[in-house]
Design a protein around this ligand. Structure first.
Ligand code: 7PJ
Length: 275
């Protein structure tokens, strides 16, 4: 089944996995925090990821690393809107990584095509605003909140518990007037998950294809590679690429990464060997 995402006057074919490049416009993100937090460096990094083959640029102004402080609306807008305006001049999709309805609204007005919400539109007003904006939405699973999620994650069955969450959120979206063809699902690696949970999801991600919706996978540089490989954040490229390769082979539609050029190579090799 080939999905085609449509937003504004653009469409994005998901017949093979595509790359979402991560642009953190935050001063405190865990893996590249502080590196891209000025307007110029953020724009430069976006341009580079586009040149390397990213088809979506995911722009976020709120750090969701465990224990990160809350960011005010004004601060989040000041971080992301100028960068969105810059990237919107390019031929690429823009995703806004936020949970705040007002940021969703202003970001889409400034040029964003897709809403990526780690809280799956559960903040007050988010469902309604997303429905009115009429753009695709990525619903990510998280257990707990960014502040507490890694304390003691527990599941009866991590795959089935996430599937129940997806079912409920898909229904909430449809009831709010969001089109089914606008929904993307993401199991949320590292968001209230132990290493064992993350590995179970990596291996069994095809289970989420039961919803007949595109699946987004984000495991780039995450702490699962610290726990599995004992690697610091700047040493997680090989692990991240292996995760991207497995996800591509298991049929993931969108892969969210920091290292665009390297992941493009991996996906090209996977693609030519597809049976
Ligand atoms: C994810 C995300 C993810 C989606 C972050 C990081 C932490 N959005 N935002 N999926 N992770 N959809 O960049 O590693 O896994 S923030």
């Amino acid at each position: 089944m080939t999905y085609v995402l449509k937003s504004k006057n653009k469409s994005l074919e998901l017949s093979k996995p595509i790359i979402m490049g991560i642009l953190n416009a935050t001063p405190d993100s865990f893996s590249d925090g502080g590196q891209f937090n000025t307007y110029e460096t953020a724009c430069q990094h976006a341009d580079e990821m586009i040149a390397h083959g990213a088809q979506i640029i995911d722009i976020g102004g709120e750090s969701t690393r465990p224990g990160a402080p809350d960011v005010s609306l004004e601060e989040e807008l000041a971080r992301v809107i100028p960068v969105i305006e810059h990237v919107s001049k390019k031929d690429v999709w823009i995703s806004i990584d936020t949970s705040k309805p007002e940021v969703m609204k202003q970001a889409v007005e400034a040029g964003a095509h897709l809403i990526n919400d780690v809280r799956a539109l559960q903040e007050p007003g988010a469902l309604e605003v997303a429905a009115s904006l009429n753009v695709p939405v990525c619903l990510m699973h998280m257990q707990g909140t960014p502040r507490t999620m890694q304390t003691a994650p527990k599941y009866q069955d991590v795959i089935e518990d996430i599937a129940v969450f997806f079912e409920q959120r898909i229904k909430a979206c449809i009831d709010a007037g969001i089109k089914r063809e606008h929904i993307i699902l993401d199991p949320g690696f590292g968001f209230g998950k132990t290493l064992e949970h993350n590995l179970t999801i990596l291996k069994n991600q095809k289970a989420f294809h039961r919803f007949d919706l595109p699946v987004l996978i984000g495991l780039s540089r995450k702490s699962m590679f610290k726990h599995l490989l004992n690697r610091d954040v700047e040493e997680r490229l090989a692990g991240s690429l292996a995760g991207a390769m497995i996800s591509a082979q298991k049929g993931a539609h969108i892969i969210r990464v920091h290292d665009v050029a390297e992941t493009v190579d991996v996906l090209t090799v996977v693609d030519v060997c597809q049976e």
